[in-house]
Design a protein around this ligand. Structure first.
Ligand SMILES: CCCC(=O)SCCNC(=O)CCNC(=O)[C@H](O)C(C)(C)COP(=O)(O)OP(=O)(O)OC[C@H]1O[C@@H](n2cnc3c(N)ncnc32)[C@H](O)[C@@H]1OP(=O)(O)O
Ligand SMILES: [Mg+2]
Length: 243
């Protein structure tokens, strides 16, 4: 192996090892799995490219009933055959972009989110190879692209959108526009997908973003969990009063 290649490999291993250690501190395992909501999972696929962490994202097909054309992570609803949230994320990533489960090094599950259909959505973080060539299933995915993870704390084009859910919960939604040099296209990443990407970047970089966030960076574990529990409580109350 040439000396340069060896150095590149060492650098990649050290970036991954640092990220692994940080992510493991935030692993929620099955702590939220008992909550009585329908379940979905997404895979947050991380790779090292040109000495930097990158995240792989997809654009949903325009034929889908839910959220057509929106950017999201590979993922979907839980199946009766899935053992846990990790199984769901890996199965969906295989179906949607042709990523083989054995090619993913699963690191952890992060604090879940709740989507507009009141699904409990668990983000599963895993490393994939930078050589991965996606084969998008055209029924579900129209495009696949990668974004440097750092973009989600130091964006060039960012907006914050205040929102209120059907359960009455007030919050802010992040919205990023990313000009992808590879596809020569702009992608808008917002809502739940942006929420997960920002949290992942905060966990790994522990740096203050250039925009406001709803967490206390000095107490990221407890503040992210209480943010989620407040959201869950408002959804739960609403569901109870609708019974
Ligand atoms: C409160 C904040 C709300 C927001 O943030 S909206 C703003 C931005 N949007 C986002 O961030 C996207 C967030 N959503 C998501 O990530 C996903 O919707 C979520 C929650 C993981 C759920 O995953 P989905 O991808 O919707 O679910 P899924 O993959 O199980 O199924 C999608 C639909 O595809 C269908 N499908 C599956 N395999 C197929 C096949 N082989 N051929 C054709 N259709 C197929 C499947 O039936 C489903 O259809 P349907 O949605 O049930 O009508
Ligand atoms: Mg899906």
């Amino acid at each position: 192996m040439a000396a340069e290649e060896h150095e590149g490999e060492q650098e990649r291993d050290s970036i991954k090892e640092k990220a692994r250690l940080r992510l493991r501190e935030f692993d929620v395992r099955d702590r939220f799995s008992h909550l009585p909501l329908a379940r979905a999972s997404v895979l947050l696929p991380l790779m090292v490219r040109a000495g930097k962490l990158h995240l792989l994202l997809t654009v949903r097909s325009m034929q889908l009933r839910r959220s057509p054309g929106e950017v999201c992570f590979p993922g979907g609803k839980s199946d009766a055959t899935d053992k846990d949230e990790i199984d769901t994320a890996l199965r969906e990533a295989k179906e949607e972009v042709g990523l083989q489960p054995e090619k993913v090094e699963v690191i952890c599950r992060l604090v879940p989110g709740i989507d507009k259909m009141n699904y409990l959505v668990t983000p599963v973080v895993g490393f994939i190879e930078d050589t991965f060539q996606p084969s998008p299933n055209p029924d579900e995915v129209s495009n696949v692209f990668v974004v440097p993870l750092e973009y989600f704390i130091k964006p060039l084009n960012y907006q914050t959108v205040p929102y209120k859910t059907s359960s009455g919960y007030h919050g802010r939604m992040h919205s990023f526009t990313y000009d992808d040099p590879e596809h020569k296209m702009s992608f808008r990443i917002w809502g739940l997908t942006a929420h997960f990407a920002v949290f992942l970047a905060l966990v790994i970089f522990r740096r203050r973003p250039t925009f406001e966030i709803d967490y206390d960076l000095d107490n990221l574990i407890s503040s992210s969990e209480s943010y989620f529990m407040n959201l869950y409580a408002s959804v739960y109350e609403r569901k109870k009063s609708n019974i």
